[in-house]
Design a protein around this ligand. Structure first.
Ligand SMILES: Cc1cc2nc3c(=O)[nH]c(=O)nc-3n(C[C@H](O)[C@H](O)[C@H](O)COP(=O)(O)OP(=O)(O)OC[C@H]3O[C@@H](n4cnc5c(N)ncnc54)[C@H](O)[C@@H]3O)c2cc1C
Ligand SMILES: NC(=O)c1ccc[n+]([C@@H]2O[C@H](COP(=O)([O-])OP(=O)(O)OC[C@H]3O[C@@H](n4cnc5c(N)ncnc54)[C@H](O)[C@@H]3O)[C@@H](O)[C@H]2O)c1
Length: 485
């Protein structure tokens, strides 16, 4: 993740009094949330101590967003070569050199790493401590032999892969997002336990790179997304040769990487990836000593991200809400207003976007249809298939859709787009929701032709189709035409 930067000629540094370091702000964890907050706070004049026990950059840089998107890029390149014949272009079957793919992924991490480095944050004016932090009381943290007292503390300690309570799993060698990007040899047959965003992205990545892949999912894949979009994506994934087992009850994991289902079916593979959800990183922080309450989801916070100790806040995955890097960055902004300026800023997820970066991408913002109905909104749904989009047809990538959720009076509540690079198109709908726009604004927008983003305008236009092409409109146009000279 990159962080905005202005030169800081005279940053206020934490001061040492005796054996205690005093600062305005102490941030625990140098991942997406902690780094965004520390960079912003120090450049706005706060003295900041930043504590990281493992790798600067946290999950996103080292074991999450960055390596997963780099791996997907390699897989998409191989898939593009395989699919070139549909344009009349014959290329030999791609040969995947997995060791070089691994080097590419690590190279991408290394390119971005300086942005998140100790040197950069010390240069900005933070005091960076490389050690595990723990609370020793309501107003003090200890790390690496240092005692730190700060006006405010922010816990941004992230999350880790959760191991579901499946017999035999803990004893069987398995991969998680913390180890899968270290593979230098391609798995022959990857079994993926969990069909959420990690499971589906990794399934497509490894399938594209030539592995056999089986996804074993408890309910339906990507259960948080719109079912119409998931239905199309499901067929695309199957068409690429990925085996999807949904509604699976895993009974046990047997040695030799075998997954046994409750109905007795045994699925054998060469490697097992566990992508079955996350648990908050709370161990060792001694939060109880600070009077900070937690649940299995994370630190208990109010909408200002304040914990049960008014001086201690939480940000990012550990705050128990949505777990995305852009949410971590958003939390940093909310905390800057609360902590630096004393403003009562609150989180609002009404325009929260997320994207699953398979090909085609599945992008969503705001409410799903089910969520809108649950919230008792008067719901209207607009559906537009990608097959009606000229650019998608020209590129032979026309499997997808736009689904728009409207409330009363055409107010935009949510949007889903399944299309190549849909993640680049969803921002329009996020802005519309945030600005409380009505559907007419998008319908009237001029969209360049031929772009896939025209699907948004077409979907919005569908709102007016029934009244625009009605018998009433035809009658009115008839009268006007008779009256006109
Ligand atoms: C495979 C994968 C792919 C993902 N892809 C995307 C994506 O495409 N887009 C997206 O938006 N999100 C994605 N995510 C989610 C995203 O990575 C997380 O939401 C984000 O990294 C959370 O940031 P964070 O700062 O809360 O935690 P982290 O990045 O995990 O950082 C927490 C840091 O705190 C440190 N720490 C923990 N305890 C202590 C302690 N006691 N003392 C000192 N330091 C401590 C940890 O070492 C760590 O460095 C992905 C996640 C995974 C696993
Ligand atoms: N593109 C992105 O933005 C992106 C990509 C990857 C991860 N992430 C973030 O990381 C988080 C974690 O991702 P995830 O995919 O691990 O978690 P998840 O909770 O979203 O999905 C895990 C899935 O595993 C299933 N599962 C759990 N136990 C199981 C079992 N015993 N057998 C079969 N299935 C089981 C669950 O039903 C669930 O649907 C996401 O929620 C997301 O916030 C984001």
């Amino acid at each position: 993740m990159t962080h905005d930067e202005t030169p800081t000629p005279a940053a206020r540094r934490p001061r040492r009094k005796g054996d205690v370091l005093h600062a305005d702000l102490c941030v625990i964890g140098a991942g997406s949330a902690g780094l965004s907050l520390a960079a912003g706070a120090v450049q706005m004049g706060a003295s900041v101590v930043l504590i990281e026990k493992h790798r600067m950059g946290g999950d996103c840089l080292n074991t999450g967003c960055v390596p997963s998107k780099a791996l997907l890029a390699a897989a998409h390149a191989a898939e593009a070569a395989r699919g070139a014949a549909r344009f009349g272009v014959d290329v030999p079957a791609p040969v995947v050199d997995f060791a070089r793919v691994h080097a590419h992924v690590q190279g991408v991490i290394a390119t971005i790493a300086p942005h998140d480095s100790v040197e950069r944050f010390e240069g900005l004016g933070c005091t960076v401590i490389r050690a595990a932090a723990r609370f020793t009381g309501p107003r003090e943290v200890a790390a690496g032999g240092q005692r730190i007292r700060a006006r405010r503390f922010v816990v941004a300690s992230g999350s880790s892969p959760a191991l579901p309570p499946v017999p035999g799993l803990a004893e069987t060698p398995h991969l998680t997002n913390e180890t899968i990007f270290e593979l230098t040899e391609r798995p022959e047959h990857l079994l993926v336990l969990g069909g959420g965003p990690i499971g589906i992205e990794m399934a497509q990545a490894f399938r594209g790179l030539g592995s056999a892949v089986t996804v074993i999912q408890r309910d339906t894949i990507l259960p948080r997304d719109e079912p119409e979009a998931v239905a199309i994506l499901r067929e695309i994934l199957r068409g690429q040769g990925i085996t999807l087992i949904e509604g699976a009850q895993v009974a046990r994991i047997r040695p030799g990487v075998q997954v046994e289902l409750a109905d007795g079916t045994v699925i054998a593979g060469s490697h097992l990836l566990v992508a079955a959800g996350r648990k908050p990183n709370l161990d060792g922080l001694d939060l109880a000593l600070a009077g900070v309450e937690v649940t299995p989801r994370g630190i208990t916070v109010d909408r200002r991200l304040r914990s049960t100790n008014r001086r201690v806040f939480a940000a990012g995955d550990v705050a128990g809400g949505p777990q995305f890097t852009h949410v971590a960055g958003y939390h940093a902004g909310v905390l800057i207003r609360n902590i630096l300026f004393g403003l009562p800023a609150k989180v609002d997820y009404a325009a929260l976007p997320w994207v699953t970066y398979c090909d085609p991408e599945l992008a969503h913002v705001g409410l799903t249809e089910a969520e809108a109905r649950l919230a008792s909104h008067p719901v209207q749904v607009l559906l537009q298939p990608l097959s009606g989009n000229d650019r998608a047809v020209a590129e032979r990538s026309d499997q997808g859709l736009a689904k728009i959720i409207l409330g009363g009076g055409g107010r935009i509540l949510g949007a889903t787009i399944l299309a190549p690079r849909a993640g680049e198109m969803i921002g329009l709908w996020g802005l519309a929701i945030q600005s409380r726009m009505k559907i007419g604004a998008v319908a009237q927008m001029m969209a360049p032709y031929p772009t896939m983003s025209e699907i948004s305008k077409r979907a919005a236009g569908a709102f007016y189709t029934p009244s625009l092409f009605s018998a009433r409109t035809r009658r009115i146009v008839g009268w006007i035409q008779r009256l006109l000279p």
